[in-house]
Design a protein around this ligand. Structure first.
Ligand SMILES: [Zn+2]
Length: 217
């Protein structure tokens, strides 16, 4: 089973992805990880991607698609969670073609719906471990060790893009870029919406229901 998680920054997508990986046999494709790996391995596509990133430009569709295709070939037969990809309709269509070659498909696209006001509260209080990526919140999930990660001892940071002035801009960007992709999957009847402003365990149960139904179908 392959699924895509789509959600604005702060929609809780990352938390749910971790929960899914812990409980089920998913591997995760995150575009950030794939980019870093390609650059570290000095592949041709990695070089190409790096040249765009060094100029502060978005990595173009064809480069991103080539990177993802490499990754998928290495994960044949496994269940993949796609996070951060596809970002455009062109990427979505290419992904379908790549999976078809492996006799696979995207089974469900889970869209994390948000309420902007709640999201601002959530993000401005968010603290991220600089070492392991564990996520805390000053009100709802503080670390028992203050500014230190409970799991790995790394220091917790307030990411620059979690600051209020930046959030509005990020949300607008998200809608503009990802809106058409969401509509694309809605048209294919693969989109499922979850209310990501609920508690994480409630959201997780909702996602499990979706996956159980997809398995039956
Ligand atoms: Zn940590």
């Amino acid at each position: 089973m392959n699924i895509i998680l789509i959600g604005a920054p702060g929609s809780g997508k990352g938390t749910q992805s971790r929960l899914l990986i812990d409980k089920y046999n998913f591997v995760q494709l995150s575009t950030g990880d794939v980019l870093r790996a390609a650059i570290a391995n000095k592949t041709d596509v990695g070089f190409s991607a790096k040249s765009y990133m060094d100029q502060g430009k978005l990595v173009p569709d064809e480069v991103m698609i080539a990177l993802v295709e490499d990754y998928i070939l290495g994960q044949k037969g496994k269940s993949v969670i796609f996070d951060g990809f596809p970002r455009t309709v062109a990427q979505a269509k290419s992904l379908d073609l790549m999976l078809e070659k492996n006799a696979a498909q995207i089974d469900k696209v889970i869209y994390f719906k948000i309420n902007p006001q709640i999201l601002v509260k959530r993000l401005t209080g968010r603290r991220t471990c600089s070492q392991c990526g564990e996520i805390y919140h000053v009100e709802t999930k503080p670390s028992s060790k203050g500014h230190i990660c409970e799991k790995c001892g790394g220091s917790l940071v307030h990411r620059a893009d979690d600051r209020e002035e930046v959030i509005g801009e990020r949300l607008a960007q998200f809608e503009k870029n990802t809106g058409p992709t969401i509509e694309f999957y809605r048209g294919l009847k693969r989109l499922v919406e979850v209310d990501s402003m609920s508690e994480p365990d409630v959201v997780f149960k909702e996602i499990e229901k979706v996956l159980a139904l997809a398995n039956k179908g």
